[in-house]
Every structure is written in C-alpha cells, then in structure tokens.
Ligand binder design. Structure first.
Ligand code: FAD
Ligand code: 8R5
Length: 449
C-alpha cells in the first residue's frame, strides 16, 4: 500500500494554526499555512494594543508537547486567584488552587503567536502571509487565496480551518456538508481599557491575580501584562436598563459609570475617556455546528468550529487541546476521513460542555463571587477536596488544572453542586455541616478519578 501523503494545508496562522503547524511539522508532515494578515514578526502584531489571555493547564500541556512552553512562560505573569473588588468592603484574593502549583498565567497574545510561528517555521512549516482564503474548489482540490495584488491558486491534499470565529473555510464547506451553523449572540458586549504602570514603573494593583469587579448584571476584569500594565475589560449589556452600551456611549458617560460603580478602579485608568471612545465594543457569542469535517478534504478546529463566550478563559485552551487531539488522531489513523471523524466524535461533546460552562461562569463572576452563600459553598468545596482528594475536585480546578474531558467536568460539577447545596442549606458557616451525610454522598456519587 502506498504511504499516505503526509501533506496538510492550514488556513489561519493564529493560535491554533501556529500550534498545529508545529505539532505536525514535528511529526514529519509537510505543512503550508496561509494567513490573511501580514507577518507579525515584521510589522508588529495587528491591533497594536497589548491583549492578554489566561493560559491554563490544558493549553500549557499542548504547548509542552510542541516544546514551546518554556519560551511562553518566560514572559508570563502568574495569576494565583481572583482578586475580588466588591462595591463596598475590602478587596481580597480568592485562590484558584491549593498552592502555587495550581495557578493560571497571563500571556501576551502577540508574543504567544510569534513564538508559535517561530517554532513552526524552524521545524520546516511554510508560512504564507497576506494570503486570505477566498474560494475552495473541493472537486479539483484547489484553494484560492487573495494576496496583495494577484490571486494565488494552491492545490491541496487536505485543508484545516484554523481561521477563527468568522472562518472563511466554514463558509466554503457549507454547500457541501450539512453544518447546520447556529450562532447564539450574548446580549452583552465588552470594552477594553488600560491601567498603565505606576510612577515607579511597577504594577498599580496586585500583579499576581485576575481582578474582578462584580456588579450583578455587569462587571470589570483586569489581567496583568509583563510590561506592568493591566488590560481591563468592562462587560455589560448592549441595551436595556442602566448601565448598557446604548446608555453609556461617550467617554463622559463611562467616567460617570466608573465614578458610581468602579470607584477604586477609576484612578487607575487615566485614559478611561479616550480608551472608551477609541476602542470598539466587542460582541460575544457561541457557535454551534453539527459537523466539523468534509470527508478527507477539510476539518475545522478552534474558534472556527466552536467559538465560545470568554468567561471561563478557555477558548484558546480548548483550541490548543484540539490541536494535540488532532495530532494524536493523525498518528492513530492512516485514513484522513477516519481521523477527522474520530476527532469530531471525541471533541464535539467536550467543546459543547465548555461552551455551556463558559456561559455559566459569567453569572458566577459577575454576581456570585461576593455572595456569602457562594463563599460558604466554596469553603466546603475545599474541605471536601481535602477529605476526598481523588473524588471531589472543585469545578474551577477540573477546568483549569486538569485535563480530564470537559464533558466529564460538566457531569461531575453538576453532581458536586447538588452535594454543596444540600450540605450548606440553611447554614451560614461550616459548623453545622452534616459531614457523615456529605462524605457518604461524595463516595456514593463520585467515582475516584
Ligand atoms: P484565532 O486565534 O482567532 O486565529 C485565526 C487566524 O485566522 C487569525 O490569524 C486570522 O487572521 C486568520 N484568518 C481569518 N480568516 C482568514 C482567511 N480567510 N484566510 C486566512 N487566514 C484567516 N481564550 C483563553 O483561553 N483565555 C483567555 O484569557 C482568552 N482571552 C481572550 C481575550 C480576547 C480579547 C479575545 C477576543 C479572545 C480571548 N480568548 C481567550 C479566546 C481565544 O483568543 C480564542 O479562542 C483563540 O484565539 C482561538 O484560536 P483560533 O486559532 O481558533 O483563532
Ligand atoms: N476574552 C478569563 C477567566 C475565569 C476567571 C474566574 C474570564 C476579554 C474578550 Cl471574562 C474572562 C476568565 O472564573 O475567576 N479566566 O480567564 C478571561 C476572561 O476574559 C478575557 C480576558 C476576554 C474575550 C475580552
């Protein structure tokens, strides 16, 4: 039997495209990557503003497999927990894990992307910038890219769509396969703002945390950057009761909102009015598809397959986990159709689980993190973890510090939530907990992991 042609064409040199190119080049594949934008190593990263992302264990593990973890962690800022800023009262840190081995990392998107492109190229992947996928002839297996001037026709063996939430490849696949694409838009949007360094060049607030200003139906968050700044994101509804983007339009309006609701953040953001007016209002949604592949000719991964709302900080982590899973499938199967079908069967339930958990975490972040009942349940989570470390693992830890399937996290978290609610019902401290009943519920309902 002829050896399979290990030739692959990736559309999009973003986060998933860069990592997948590296993982496949490592395995001896001949890899071409086409990217709409220019080479970020030449022109600076598109956008200019420094945008950071939270990297957790799932993403970090995939970076380790690509040998790209050390380079990325060099410039990462450790985030030990949520630093919650209530409207009234003292801000405080709620740790994410048990100790500093259980943390997440704030990393710069542009630098991460460049590290991945360098890694891919050094392993022999061919990167083609300023090449936007325009059209695919799936019968002739020719993809056409628009460049600076001319069109570029590229014959391909198979196409991987790592071209993000607005995927062009998805659009080209649609007439050939029943994708049944649905987008559920959130009625909330976001605006990015910046906290500059302090006058002594240091961080203006606690560096090693993800800051949250929960305000019920809306919130601000801030993630640290290694250049001592923070990227602040205000999330709130597009329309409806104050505050919403239709009512808060000008820098002046934003100033008034911050004076009322984010008084401790206001002095940290000297260019609030300018940032608010200059930066676009982002939109948020979840993308669902019935199918991710077209036989052996095309497969969607990352945001192109399953874009999600940002509230668990897992979009990139999930996209990176996709890349590692796909590389494994391509090792395991000689036939591309089988590999793509197996990838889709494995990953679709997991993508749908994290999409749901991401939506649920918005309510937790904006409304629960300063709620007494929630804090009591969190205390019980930690106590039950100490009593049953192999069975009861807090929800956040299963998502961020473990690599068990997201679909299993969803199932176990639902069981755990019921145990927590039952055990704390009517209590305002852990003193009254019926430990025998709680232990029995854990042992009966949660298999050891
Ligand atoms: P992308 O990284 O978007 O890459 C797509 C690439 O394809 C881009 O380079 C694009 O230019 C290119 N492209 C598009 N169309 C074409 C075309 N027609 N032809 C050629 N190339 C094309 N996730 C986390 O895990 N943690 C976080 O903290 C986090 N924070 C975020 C903050 C912000 C502000 C945003 C917007 C997202 C955040 N995410 C986070 C989500 C994360 O960015 C995405 O899930 C992740 O980037 C998905 O990777 P991707 O490769 O699928 O898509
Ligand atoms: N994405 C994040 C978390 C969970 C934090 C927690 C939440 C901004 C557009 Cl909203 C958000 C998280 O539960 O305590 N980890 O990482 C990243 C988040 O938002 C990112 C920065 C974002 C898209 C704007």
């Amino acid at each position: 039997m002829a050896a399979k042609p290990k030739q692959i064409t990736i559309v999009g040199a973003g986060l998933a495209g860069g990592l997948l190119a590296t993982l496949l080049a490592q395995r001896g594949w001949s890899v071409d990557v086409f990217e709409r934008r220019g080479d970020p190593r030449m022109h600076g990263y598109a956008g200019g503003r420094s945008i950071n992302l939270a990297l957790a264990e799932r993403g970090l593990h995939a970076l380790r497999q690509a040998g790209a973890d050390a380079e990325v962690l060099k410039r990462a800022v450790m985030m030990r927990g949520r630093f919650v800023h209530p409207l009234h009262g003292t801000p405080s840190l709620q740790r994410y894990g048990r100790d500093d081995s259980e943390v997440i990392w704030s990393i710069d998107r542009g630098e991460l992307n460049i590290s991945l492109l360098d890694a891919a190229e050094s392993l022999g992947a061919r990167l083609h910038f300023d090449r936007r996928l325009d059209h695919v002839d799936f019968d002739a297996r020719i993809a056409t890219f628009k460049g600076d001037a001319a069109d570029h026709a590229h014959p391909f063996n198979t196409l991987i769509g790592a071209d993000g939430a607005g995927s062009s490849l998805r659009g080209q696949m649609a007439p050939h396969v029943a994708l049944n694409e649905r987008s559920e838009w959130l009625d909330h949007g976001y605006k990015e703002l910046e906290i500059p360094p302090a006058s002594d060049g240091g961080f203006r607030i606690e560096a090693n945390a993800l800051h949250i200003w929960p305000r019920g139906h809306y919130m601000c968050i801030a993630l640290p950057n290694d250049e001592r700044t923070f990227t602040v994101t205000l999330f709130m509804p597009h329309d409806g009761d104050y505050p919403s983007f239709t009512q808060v339009q000008t820098g002046e309006d934003a100033q008034a909102l911050f004076e009322r609701d984010f008084a401790d953040a206001l002095p940290l953001i000297p260019e609030l009015r300018e940032d608010f007016e200059a930066n676009p209002t982002g939109i948020l949604g979840t993308l669902y598809l019935d199918r991710w592949h077209l036989d052996n000719r095309a497969l969607l991964i990352g945001d192109a397959a399953h874009a999600m709302v940002p509230f668990h900080g897992q979009g990139m982590n999930c996209a990176f986990e996709d890349c590692a899973a796909l590389a494994d499938m391509l090792d395991a199967y000689d036939d591309l159709t089988e590999a793509f079908a197996a990838f889709e069967a494995l990953r679709k339930p997991d993508a749908e689980a994290i999409q749901q958990m991401a939506l649920e975490n918005y309510i937790e972040m904006r409304d629960k993190v300063d709620d007494a009942q929630f804090l009591l349940q969190h205390e019980l989570e930690l106590a039950l973890q100490a009593r049953h470390p192999d069975r009861f693992i807090p929800h956040y830890s299963m998502v961020s510090f473990m690599r068990i399937r997201y679909s299993l996290v969803l199932q176990r978290s639902e069981i755990q939530r019921h145990i927590l609610e039952n055990a704390t019902h009517g209590l305002d401290s852990l003193d009254g907990v019926d430990w025998a009943a709680a232990d029995a519920a854990v042992i009966e309902q949660l298999e050891p992991l």
